[in-house]
Design a protein around this ligand. Structure first.
Ligand SMILES: [Fe+2]
Length: 272
């Protein structure tokens, strides 16, 4: 059963998309539209819904937070159908232009993002009423960026936040970069967190602070165990939440708690 919901927060249209061919969607994706600017484009499995919710007269540009298929899934379709440009940071643009491989679970849950020509982002995106500053925030992916509307205190956060207590990492996520990126956005003032999977319409900054604290605590825990002589496997066993096995199996190891521990260990080695 697919989920398609739209909501309005001040001048921002929030579109929630969940793909569930058998039963409820495993995860929802939010995309946002303000002044004709679309931020992220949802999963390709929901292309029809996206096109019907965003008719040509409504949108003029697309900005992507990163290349992942649940964010870039409909950029090619919207860009071609309405002859509108797509913007992203240069590393994301390169990946999106040549296309990137995904795993079977990603086909199943999101669908493959068709390749698309992307213009590199330059500092601030101006719309009729707003100015969105792009801020590079690597960690979740190396090409990740967020968009901050400073006057309104809105942070379009892509996958920077997701939740205060994260249980899993993709295999290419970097804990130390995530910590640096969270600290970077905390230098700015904002209250609304337009997260791509978990929007928080109040107290966004304290939620980011809590996530930073959680990741720093997790890093500390791993560091203590490593100092005691635990190897990676022993640390995973000592901290492993019981739920890890199922997601690890479903994603063939691409998403797991073990990846979080591995990333912490790699960060510790880099910090030495
Ligand atoms: Fe992502």
């Amino acid at each position: 059963m697919n989920v398609i919901e739209t909501d309005q927060f001040e001048q921002v249209e929030m579109i929630r998309l969940g793909y569930g061919p058998i039963g409820s969607p495993l995860m929802s994706v939010w995309m946002y539209e303000l002044d004709g600017l679309v931020i992220d484009t949802g999963q390709h499995h929901m292309a029809k819904a996206v096109k019907s919710l965003l008719p040509e007269k409504k949108i003029s540009r697309i900005a992507l937070t990163h290349h992942h298929e649940d964010h870039s899934g409909n950029a090619a379709m919207l860009s071609a159908a309405y002859a509108i440009p797509v913007m992203a940071h240069a590393p994301a643009a390169a990946k999106l232009k040549r296309g990137f491989p995904i795993r079977p679970y990603q086909y199943l849950v999101w669908g493959k993002a068709p390749s698309v020509d992307v213009l590199p982002l330059t500092g601030v995106i101006e719309t009729d009423r707003f100015a969105l500053t792009s801020i590079k925030t690597p960690g979740h992916s190396s090409d990740h960026t967020v968009f901050l509307e400073k006057k309104r205190g809105w942070l379009f956060a892509g996958d920077l936040y997701l939740g205060e207590r994260i249980k899993y990492f993709r295999s290419d996520e970097r804990l130390d970069d995530q910590i640096r990126s969270l600290k970077k956005v905390l230098q700015f003032e904002f209250d609304v967190l337009f997260c791509a999977h978990n929007p928080c319409l109040t107290n966004g900054k304290s939620k980011i602070k809590n996530k930073l604290q959680f990741l720093e605590d997790f890093y500390g825990q791993v560091k203590i165990l490593a100092a005691k002589g635990f190897n990676e496997k022993a640390i995973i066993k000592a901290l492993d939440p019981a739920t890890d096995r199922l997601i690890k199996w479903f994603t063939m190891g691409n998403v797991s708690f073990s990846n979080m521990v591995r990333s912490a260990m790699a960060s510790i080695r880099r910090d030495r």
